[in-house]
Design a protein around this ligand. Sequence first.
Ligand code: UT7
Length: 334
Amino acid sequence: MYNSKITGLGFYVPDNIVTNSDLEKVMDTNDEWIQERTGIKERHWIPKGSDETTATMGAEAAKIAIERAGLTNNDIDFIVFATLSPDYYFPGCGVQIQEMLDMKTIGAIDIRNQCSGFIYALSTADQFIKTGMYKNILVIGSEYHSNGLDKTTRGRGVSVIFGDGAGACILSRTEDDKKGILSSHLHSEGKYAEELVVISPSIKHWVPEIIDSNGKDISYFPYMNGTFVFKNAIVRFSEVIKEALTANELAVTDIDLFIPHQANLRISQFVQHKLKLRDDQIYNNIMNYGNTTAASIIIALTEAWEMGKIKDDDIVLLAAFGSGFTWGSVIIRW
Ligand code: UT7
């Protein structure tokens, strides 16, 4: 059995910044409500008419991660791409990366686990490395939310939260069994699938039914039972973190940096206080990016690393909760 470690990190967000006051101009909302309930000040949204997509943003983040790993595109053995907002219904974005980065005809899979997407993607890649099947895997989380949001007062409970962006890392084989990914823990609870969901277009509710409804059917916009999701998030975050710490015989005080999925600053703060983590043990950046779903952890991880917040031998904890419901955690010794 081999171990896997992160050897390169990168992220990319579109240039266009949308502030809370920008949103006040298109819907009945305000900066105070958004900041108080979510912590978000601004997010990046791909502007209308741009050629950027989930795949192109993922490719930009990937180029940075590959270069920082000291590799070339041809050194990558496999692609794992996490997103809930793929460019096509099918095929997935992974194959687009193979083409965009002019890679060999390596395998590529897409992971559809929404806010937990990056945790699931990292864990999947880790298994391929552990078995010895691959040496260098490109793991991407990318989301293009803005084109699919209801940007009217009707959709304000959801649309103010989400942002566009991508992050990527290279997971590489290491012979050092003390370093790298120490564990991953993954969970799901499908009975709550419709508490945070985009219903259509789906094969059981296809495009003609939406058109025939003359605008009444808005099931193509995301629906979120916010309070219910919030309550479940704080419980599951805490559970899965404790599960990971116990499995590795670690204490909360051993955590050098905790990077929670950036769902809501209030959720991160609740979990921080419950675990009694100091401010320097947690990194949040939702203020500037909003919730970028499968991209949020890898964007935050990259940013924290760029700021020098992660040092050799540090214990880094990643955890996420979201639609599905799905949740999970990964512990890394850097
Ligand atoms: O990443 C995936 C997982 N997602 C999450 O973990 C999100 C979890 N949930 C949340 O973060 C919070 O539930 C939200 C931020 C989505 C909402 O916060 P809340 O404190 O639960 O607010 P609420 O939905 O209970 O709404 C409170 C009020 C309502 O008005 P009334 O009925 O009290 O008159 C809403 O209509 O706030 C109103 N409201 C808004 N007002 C101004 C909802 N959205 C907005 C808005 N601006 N954008």
